[in-house]
Design a protein around this ligand. Structure first.
Ligand code: HEM
Length: 544
């Protein structure tokens, strides 16, 4: 009998010890996880065999072990001894990332987290067993700034199967800073000038693509996606696709989509990547082919590859091919859907707000009357309303709506007066920050580009209501040393498209399209996804 009691105690003790090991070391790889969960119950089995047959003893030992292990995890995560216990949040999210994933996979995470902040009336909410969401502007600099936190474990999940990480995913701040150097060279003002030729060609092609479909329904989302992808391919690999010319006959955008489809699972449950098929493999294979072709072709003009591959001889040694491939692939993913999604949102918002559309078209006509080259960027700095329209669209629809994850490592950190314990993931919830009436008022949820103009001269605001415009709360391109390195290129590209497009065509929603359904199709799949935008294009000038 005493052996039975000893076996039981041993089983329980081993289960608690295993939980402690998981808690401290967080083993993820199957080669560690499987033995850790399968071997310990075999020890009490020896004692149990004196009392039971082998199958019964095995079931008993394993049943007790796993029940105690799971109960211990559940109790700890929900208990007041958990380091994040003092932060409010839904019970299921505290319990397991599985429930977090169930919420995220709906594509409504951006709205859900915003609601949680409102429900608990708190600037910090617990959105996972070990994850917090922040809504307070004052926490942006401490978390995202130079002395802030490194990237979080979601990037381990996103990159678990990659041969090597691209700059965006490095969790070591020193490595990140080093890998950022060629990007800084590739996307500084003078390098961007070199991409203008290709950009001009692609913008003209986009407008021709739309003009060729004048009078019939065309999906602006797809047209702009094709444009963005074609341009990023030119820029990253010196020419990659001809989607606007041929359509997506080779399924190139689908390859990128396949990666994004698995992003949520990989991001939310980083260890899951090791157990499920690798969604990014097709993209990586395609990238290796593109890079090898690009190297064979050489470069007739400076593209992104030129800098990433150290063809400018800025570094003493050139990186191996797999690093260049990883970075150039990132350019396609980070540069194309971000810009195209934002442009699509802008077109939607313009058509939904005819007064704003008219005002922007007037500004375009002022700087680029018919016959003027609207792709000459010289007037961009003077086009204040255009800048306001773009900023306002990005404020309402930031492309990484739930923020890019950061995490404390072995040491915790105090942000303002709140302590973030070690190994805690955190996000600045961009969507909530951008729509917080404490930062943008009045009408924080409405498209009102004028707020950006008024902010320059608040005394011009003629109303009884207060006017609030907190520029520090606008983080569409993120903040700190890992902010978006492509911001200037993205802004230039979007302005060129808008100038040329608004000069050449008029756009309206296609019949049968209900603009009020737009938000229902805006999804947070780590990057923001938008739905179809059926439009009718009419030329502004005779096409004879
Ligand atoms: C409207 C367009 C764009 C928006 C709103 C946008 C926004 C962002 C955001 C929010 C991040 C995450 C930063 C973080 O982790 O804190 C990011 C990173 C990045 N973006 Fe953009 N992006 C845009 C276009 C582009 C373009 C055109 C490129 C050009 C290739 C680009 C390249 C990158 C890269 C390389 C990173 C990683 C930077 C790093 O980790 O150091 N982005 N972007």
């Amino acid at each position: 009998m005493s052996h039975l009691r000893d076996a039981l105690l041993l089983d329980v003790g081993l289960a608690l010890l295993t939980h402690l090991v998981f808690n401290r070391i967080e083993p993820l790889a199957p080669k560690f996880v499987v033995p850790l969960l399968a071997l310990p119950p075999l020890i009490p089995l020896i004692l149990l065999l004196e009392h039971f047959s082998a199958p019964t003893a095995f079931c008993f030992a394993s049943g007790v072990f796993h029940t105690v292990f799971i109960s211990s995890v559940v109790f700890y995560r929900l208990s007041s001894i958990h380091p994040l216990a003092r932060y409010p949040g839904p019970t299921l999210l505290k319990l397991s990332t599985f429930f977090v994933y169930k919420k995220n996979v709906t594509g409504r995470r951006h709205l859900y987290i915003q609601k949680l902040h409102e429900k608990y009336n708190s600037d910090i909410v617990r959105i996972g067993p070990n994850e917090l969401s922040f809504r307070d502007v004052a926490s942006i600099a401490p978390i995202m700034g130079t002395h802030g936190l490194a990237k979080g474990p979601s990037y381990d999940g996103l990159m678990a199967r990659a041969v090597i990480r691209p700059v965006v995913a490095w969790r070591d701040k020193a490595v990140h800073a080093e890998r950022r150097l060629p990007w800084n060279r590739a996307l500084n003002t003078s390098a961007i000038k070199d991409y203008e030729g290709s950009l001009t060609g692609r913008v003209a092609q986009l407008v021709d693509y739309l003009l060729a479909r004048s009078g019939v329904e065309v999906d602006a989302t797809e047209a702009i996606k094709f444009f963005s992808y074609d341009f990023m391919g030119d820029m990253a690999f010196g020419g990659l696709s001809e989607l606007m010319r041929d359509g997506d006959v080779h399924g190139q955008t689908k390859v990128v989509q396949a990666t994004k489809d698995t992003n949520l699972m990989r991001e939310t449950i980083p260890w899951s990547t090791l157990y499920f098929p690798d969604g990014g493999i097709a993209l990586r294979k395609a990238a290796v082919t593109m890079a090898t072709d690009r190297i064979k072709k050489g470069n007739s003009r400076r593209d992104l590859f030129h800098y990433l591959n150290n063809e400018d001889d800025a570094e003493p040694t050139s990186p191996p091919l797999h690093i260049v491939v990883a970075e150039a692939t990132l350019a396609i993913v980070a540069g194309s859907d971000t810009t195209s999604g934002t442009l699509t949102n802008i077109l939607y918002l313009l058509m939904q707000h005819p007064q704003v559309y008219k005002k922007l078209q007037e500004e375009v006509d002022k700087f680029y009357p018919q016959g003027e080259n609207a792709m000459n960027c010289d007037f961009h700095p003077d086009m204040v309303f255009m800048e306001a329209v773009i900023n306002e669209a990005l404020r309402l629809y930031p492309v990484v709506p739930s923020g890019s994850q950061r995490a404390t490592q072995r040491k915790g950190m105090t942000v303002l007066s709140d302590y973030i314990p070690p190994n805690t993931s955190v996000r600045i919830h961009t969507w909530s920050v951008h729509r917080d009436p404490r930062n943008f008022y009045p009408s924080p949820n409405d498209f009102w580009p004028e707020r950006w103009i008024i902010a320059e001269k608040p005394s011009s605001f003629m109303s009884e209501e207060p006017f609030i415009h907190n520029a520090n709360a606008f983080i569409a391109f993120s903040f700190g040393p890992a902010n978006c390195v492509g911001k200037n290129l993205a802004m230039k590209g979007m302005k060129m498209v808008l100038c040329h497009l608004l000069q050449q065509v008029n756009l309206r929603f296609a019949e049968g399209f209900d603009p009020d359904t737009w938000d229902a199709h805006v999804k947070d799949y780590f990057m923001l996804e938008v739905g179809k935008l059926p439009v009718i294009v009419t030329p502004r000038v005779s096409q004879a």
